[in-house]
Design a protein. Structure first.
Length: 206
């Protein structure tokens, strides 16, 4: 686990114990989440999965609060899961945000219309591969990215994955993929080649 990810978890556990700090942390994420929600066109009809929710699932809570969508947040750290459940319950959001123990590298994502992969989720590249394979047609996949100066501090998508992106606009701090409803025969043949992943649409963050 990268040092930055470990540090983030420690800080979030401390913040989670102080309600006032939790609200400040929510404000910190609000602008980022609003941009992601708007670009991915998340609505109350969506089922959203947040991978890497951590002990302080601010992104999941903000998505639920902003859109009215039902959100599931998963984390592979049992302690983080328990802390997150306490936070969600204390803020009265347990009916809209469900916290589960789960590993993004293996978690079944086929029932979700929107999948959000946290910046701290590791290994991000492997998690993305699992999500892309299992995502249903039309699913939108948001992948948080670190600022350029912090790229070495986090696990990110591989160069091979990024090479197969088709830019479709700008979204600060995240990549947006949209899985096509139907693949062409050429796309199917490319997907069958070793190491090739013809991602349908992507949004590169600055």
């Amino acid at each position: 686990m990268k040092a930055m990810v470990r540090a983030t978890k420690v800080v979030e556990r401390i913040v989670a114990m102080v309600p006032g700090l939790v609200r400040l942390q929510q404000c910190y994420y609000r602008r980022q989440v609003h941009g992601e929600v708007e670009r991915a066109r998340v609505t109350s009809r969506d089922r959203v999965l947040c991978i890497g929710g951590g002990p302080l699932p601010c992104t999941a809570m903000e998505i639920a609060r902003t859109t009215g969508a039902l959100v599931t947040a998963i984390d592979c750290d049992p302690q983080a899961v328990q802390t997150a459940r306490d936070v969600v319950r204390n803020l009265g959001m347990a009916s809209r945000v469900h916290i589960e123990y789960g590993n993004g590298c293996h978690f079944h994502v086929g029932t979700y219309s929107v999948v959000h992969i946290a910046r701290q989720a590791e290994p991000q590249s492997t998690i993305f591969e699992n999500v892309w394979r299992g995502a249903r047609p039309g699913a939108r996949i948001l992948v948080r990215q670190p600022a350029p100066c912090l790229k070495t501090c986090y696990s990110t998508l591989s160069c091979r994955q990024k090479c197969h992106m088709v830019p479709c606009g700008e979204l600060a701090g995240a990549l947006l993929f949209v899985k096509k409803l139907k693949e062409t025969e050429r796309e199917k043949s490319i997907a069958a080649l070793p190491g090739r992943h013809p991602h349908r649409a992507a949004h590169l963050a600055g």
